[in-house]
Design a protein around this ligand. Structure first.
Ligand SMILES: [Zn+2]
Length: 324
């Protein structure tokens, strides 16, 4: 039996069921929150998350994969509190989220820095996977890093290479936040390939923001899984185009290289109150099963292909975790 670590402990991968591969619970900026706490009420936010995740479970989702790492306000005790009250598998990550620089506690240590020495990030990531996160007993099951509009800055490259090394040391799979406008998924594949990473163990996140089929085929042909994972962010790419791109790739035989998700959260402090509901009304947990899956069916995507994207691909992604 293959198992995957979740907030509530190891789970048989066969029990993951319908899985949304990129959803956050909370996206927060802790040092802003500590100094400007207006708008945050811990009890209310936990209760709100419980309610939203219960509705998601009732809708038919069994598992969410939450790539909230340092840089996005990861705080596992809060996720444990929520998960105690919701019967849902929540898979959490280790890694670091930055578009440019590493945080200051890493600025002067590590290869090529003022104090030089070994890369401390690798051990931090490995220990989250093998020992657990910050004494909570919860283990991370995958690795996350990011590359965005500024491209492969020294900080971004440092984190990506550390993620690759922690992946090889543990076997835990990788998810990368990418920006489709500079086709940065290809840069990710180049760096990870240089580090000896098996690209089939990598989700190229936010690929679904693109309609560039040549780009998407190139990523998938190299073996990676395309994160069609921002359904509901219609301001970045409208619903119809997101759906059409998935339909087209299914027709071409790529269903085994795509996962569906929304990149939504119960609460994100990046936008003023009320803005998400007003500007991005479909950006919530229930959009994929409520609107996307029926639209895919209507356009000829088969039940088998839907199951492949929502159940089989996530399961396969979390299996075969051996160091190499
Ligand atoms: Zn995200």
């Amino acid at each position: 039996m293959a198992t995957v670590e979740t907030v509530r402990g190891p789970v048989d991968t066969a029990a993951l069921g319908t899985t949304l591969m990129h959803e956050h619970v909370f996206v927060l900026t802790p040092d802003m929150l500590q100094n400007y706490p207006a708008g945050w009420d811990e009890e209310l936010k936990v209760a709100d998350a419980v309610e939203k995740l219960r509705r998601l479970k009732a809708q038919g989702v069994d598992t969410i994969v939450d790539p909230t790492v340092v840089g996005l306000g990861r705080y596992i005790p809060r996720i444990q509190r929520v998960n105690e009250q919701v019967d849902l598998h929540i898979v959490v990550a280790t890694g670091l989220y930055t578009y440019r620089d590493v945080p200051f506690p890493l600025h002067y240590v590590g290869p090529g820095t003022l104090l030089d020495g070994e890369e401390p990030l690798v051990q931090l990531f490995v220990s989250d996977i093998t020992e657990g996160i910050a004494g909570t007993g919860v283990k991370a099951a995958f690795l996350k890093c990011a590359i965005d509009e500024p491209g492969l800055t020294p900080g971004v490259e440092r984190v990506m290479r550390a993620v690759a090394k922690a992946h090889r040391a543990t076997g835990a799979p990788i998810t990368v936040h990418t920006n489709v406008h500079n086709r940065s998924g290809l840069e990710v594949q180049r760096v990870l390939r240089e580090e000896g990473v098996d690209l089939t163990r990598v989700v190229i996140g936010h690929s679904g923001d693109s309609t560039d089929l040549d780009y998407l085929r190139q990523l998938a042909d190299a073996g990676s899984i395309l994160g069609m994972d921002r359904f509901g962010l219609d301001v970045l790419l409208p619903f119809e185009q997101r759906v059409e791109t998935v339909v087209r790739l299914c027709t071409e035989g790529y269903a085994d290289r795509m996962v569906l998700s929304q990149d939504a959260s119960c609460y994100i402090d990046w936008f003023p109150a009320g803005v998400v509901e007003q500007v991005m009304p479909n950006w919530h947990y229930e959009h994929v099963l409520r609107d996307v899956v029926p639209a895919l069916r209507e356009r000829g995507v088969s039940e088998d292909q839907i199951r492949t994207m929502l159940v089989e691909n996530p399961r396969r992604y979390f299996e075969h975790v051996e160091p190499y």
